[in-house]
Write a protein that binds this ligand. Sequence first.
Ligand SMILES: *[C@@H]1O[C@H](CO)[C@@H](O)[C@H](O)[C@H]1NC(C)=O
Ligand SMILES: *[C@@H]1O[C@H](CO)[C@@H](O)[C@H](O)[C@H]1NC(C)=O
Length: 352
Amino acid sequence: MVETHDTMAPMGIRLSPLGVAIFCLLGVGVIYHLYAGVISNRVAAFRQGSNVDLRDLLALSVEAAVQGGKEVKKVREENTLDERTKGKTKEGASELMTLGDLRSHKKMFYLMKNTYPALKVNSEEHDSSVGEDEVWNRDIPSDILEKVPEGHEVPAHTVTVWIDPLDATQEYTENLSQYVTTMVCVAVDGKPVIGVIHKPFTGDTAWAFVGHGTNVRARTSYISSSPKVIVSRSHAGKVKSFIQDAFGNTTTITPAGGAGYKVLSLVEPLPHDTAATSDQADVYIHVTFIKKWDICAGAALVEALGGKMTTLKGEVIDYSGSEGNSGGLVATVGLDHKALLEKLPNWVPEKH
Ligand SMILES: *[C@@H]1O[C@H](CO)[C@@H](O)[C@H](O)[C@H]1NC(C)=O
Ligand SMILES: *[C@@H]1O[C@H](CO)[C@@H](O)[C@H](O)[C@H]1NC(C)=O
């Protein structure tokens, strides 16, 4: 062999030492270009990471609530609830957790986290499993595209997502499925901006994007003089005199399970709602401690319809941290919220 210094290049071309040098230079150039490409992709990914499109997040929130709801329904139908007590509420009632809560949490939480790893997500449940491979298909439902024709980007660090994988667990264990919802809320700078409330057992989903649109409607009339008040099923007794002091003894008090359900009682019935699966009320009042994943989605929904959800003293509730709300709750849609608050007697929260 004479040509020992020659190198085989692709496609069998034999190269002289000069040829090898040129080939290497070309190689460096190609590698440089590839590397530059990687860097610019990183920059693009970083840009995406620092901003998040709220319309995308709305579509993803709807998807998460629906997917979570499927798990909730399946566990109920298979009757594999495996219910257990996860602790006590501040009122001393036992707080239940079921396989439905857990499976729904996994779907909803990882759908959100795998799509937007940088977002802060507060879920009612926790689990130690990793690597759930839920991915969002990035489809935006047509009714969202219709009402929200453009994207709306905000910095990711201003966003807090609240997930309630199964609202009304107590009622779920009692097979009172009409009260059960799955909820997602997106708060920006602590203000509720996107709210999704899904009813797994009817399949209806209510969504709202404050200032941009919603698929639910306010009813045409609400009663303020002797309003129908919807309250928690587990402490209806405690609020009775409080509500009668404010609105008189003839006012109707409707006990119901689930904060999501109670907010929906303030708006027009959803497509699959029947008398047996929904109530209608003028005001939603809550007087004990409540977690923010229970109320954030409802707050956005009410706000999108021009209504208000505040503490009993009329304070705005902040949804940026992770703590609960101990100021009580008043939600209205078509009423003079301030005038209604003025009728309420002073509420002294119980000491624990
Ligand atoms: C729960 O209620 C549904 C109807 O609402 C019924 O078909 C089902 O059998 C009930 N399940 C149990 C375990 O009671
Ligand atoms: C309303 O009912 C309470 C007892 O629940 C009673 O003490 C009060 O006098 C009643 N008020 C009126 C105006 O009838």
